[in-house]
Design a protein around this ligand. Structure first.
Ligand SMILES: [Ca+2]
Length: 526
């Protein structure tokens, strides 16, 4: 390659060269801005040498712009923090744990609504559920937000190729496996809807309510191999996208949404064999527990009669099946992570691993989701950024799923759209002690709850008219002792109540520049 003998030409009136940032090429590191005056004092030889470096530098910046970080976004359905890397004593999750070793593990990450549809609409648009107006399942985001720029769409608008494999927006599981569910086609260039043996052999699934699988405890220790299951087919499709992207060199936003461990808990038999049912302990509520919590909280955990009356033996089977499904899902995540490394994409791809909300497995006497307890609201979250200095560390800094959008935009050098309500978690990824937010907000069925470093505080109906709950995590991490009626907690409750109401007001504010279509009155009754 030949270089010109003159300094780069500058526009008339320009009084300095543009800053060229930090250029790392071999052992040469340059940073800064030079003025015309400084340039005119250089000898010709120095000018020539400088020109070479500037051209090389601009070329490097150009090349970096062409090679922005890619995003691999992996999300399980209905997965709580029952994972090895979160300290669970039984659950085997070696692949997710491996990702945690090269990323940051968030111990206090929370969904904004503990139900698939509202949670997914919220994080995919970067807005709270009271802003998206999506508070239930089975709504397509464009029904409420016709022109919103979703997270992956924002990447598409910035030159990324984007694809979805499996469940990203709401899907009825297992009913919609194999079709688009309530997807948003504008969010992707390409999509794959995997469908496996778990779907075609649904008739073999055991269910507490025969014939119902999605919202009912149900499971199957399946015959056959991983490869026949929906999520393994999804992992293969995700790998195929990675192979394509490794060749075409364009930046990508690739989303892999697994269907497990959502009910029915289906996994090949070998995963069930990993868990000894006799060693599983089933959580039990103390006598009179339900009288200690407000009526809406009681309803949230005691509305499914078949679960409330579940026998100890069936509960153990359900928990074993849930763990088996987690380990099966973990293996599929591992296939994709292996492909990312094999194809040389790990070095320039941000990886996010999470779930759409948490899940109860018998805690508070409840199974599944839709409560304002830690079990349903807390989600696993691991973010791995190439070259991060904090790899392998954990943070207790509160994080919300609504933060994904601004975080990924910042990590990839994209200007976040004005409508986003979340906060970028990049400061935490740089330093696990950073705390860009001091609470996490979750809402469910007319209640709102915040989790601070020490407390969970919940108000049901307007300003707590239907009851309040206060849990002190320093003494009660299981949230079994409601302190909201204790006189000695008066000041704490006043402080947390003010904090919660400020958060609710923010979460209800109209997002700038986003047209919204309110639900029809008839629809609200559903
Ligand atoms: Ca879900």
């Amino acid at each position: 390659m030949r270089f010109s003998n003159s300094v780069p030409r500058l526009k008339p009136g320009a009084n300095c060269l543009r800053p060229f940032g930090t250029i790392e090429s071999g052992n040469i590191i340059l940073a800064g801005v030079l003025t015309f005056g400084e340039l005119s004092l250089m000898s010709e030889n120095v000018k020539t040498a400088f020109a070479i470096l500037v051209i090389a530098g601009l070329a490097t910046v150009h090349s970096e712009a062409e090679h922005k970080f890619n995003v691999l976004f992996i999300i399980c359905d209905d997965l709580n923090c029952d994972l090895g890397s979160y300290g669970h004593p039984m659950v085997k999750s070696p692949n997710i744990d491996r990702l945690a070793e090269r990323g940051m593990l968030f111990k206090r990450a929370y969904c904004q609504y503990p139900l698939c549809g509202p949670s997914r609409a919220s994080f995919m648009t970067g807005m709270y559920p009271d802003q998206t107006l999506i508070h239930r399942n089975a709504i397509r985001i464009r029904e409420r937000l016709p022109d919103v720029v979703s997270m992956s769409q924002h990447f598409m608008n910035n030159g990324y190729q984007s694809a979805r494999v499996g469940k990203l927006y709401h899907y009825n599981v297992p009913a919609d496996i194999g079709n688009d569910g309530h997807d948003d086609p504008a969010s992707w260039h390409e999509k794959v809807n995997p469908r496996g043996r778990d779907k075609t052999e649904e008739n073999k699934v055991f269910s507490l309510v025969p014939g119902r699988f999605g919202g009912t405890l149900s499971w199957l220790a399946a015959d056959g191999t991983d490869d026949e299951q929906t999520d393994a087919i999804g992992a293969e499709a995700t790998t195929s996208f990675l192979e394509k992207y490794s060749k075409n060199k364009k930046p990508f936003f690739l989303a892999f949404g697994l269907y497990r461990p959502h009910t029915p808990y289906v996994a090949p038999k070998k995963y069930f064999d990993m868990y000894d049912r006799t060693k599983i302990s089933v959580p039990k509520n103390p006598e009179g527990y339900l009288d200690t919590i407000p009526l809406p909280a009681r309803r949230s955990i005691a509305s499914k009669k078949e679960q409330v009356s579940i026998t100890d033996d069936l509960a153990r089977q359900a928990i074993q099946a849930y763990y088996a499904s987690i380990t099966f899902a973990d293996a599929q995540v591992g296939r994709v992570l292996n492909a990312l490394e094999r194809l040389g994409l790990a070095k320039n791809t941000v990886v996010v691993f999470t779930s759409d909300h948490g899940y109860h497995m018998g805690e508070h006497g409840h199974y599944m989701k839709t409560t304002l307890f830690e079990n349903a609201d807390r989600v696993p979250l691991i973010i791995s950024v190439p070259g991060m200095k904090t790899a392998g560390r954990t943070t207790i800094s509160p994080a919300e799923m609504v933060d994904f959008y601004p975080t990924l935009a910042e990590l990839c050098g994209l200007k976040p759209p004005a409508h986003l309500s979340g906060i970028s978690l990049k400061p935490v990824l740089d330093d696990e002690s950073a705390q860009p937010r001091n609470s996490a907000l979750t809402q469910n069925a007319g209640g709102y709850s915040i989790r601070t470093d020490r407390y969970r505080y919940t108000e049901w109906s307007n300003n707590g008219a239907a009851g309040t709950e206060l849990y002190d995590h320093s003494t009660d991490p299981q949230e079994m002792k409601n302190l909201s009626n204790r006189p000695e907690q008066k000041e704490t409750i006043e402080r947390l109540s003010m904090q919660l109401r400020e958060r609710i007001a923010q979460a209800k504010s109209a997002p700038p520049g986003v047209e919204r279509i309110a639900a029809k009155p008839r629809e609200k009754k559903k």
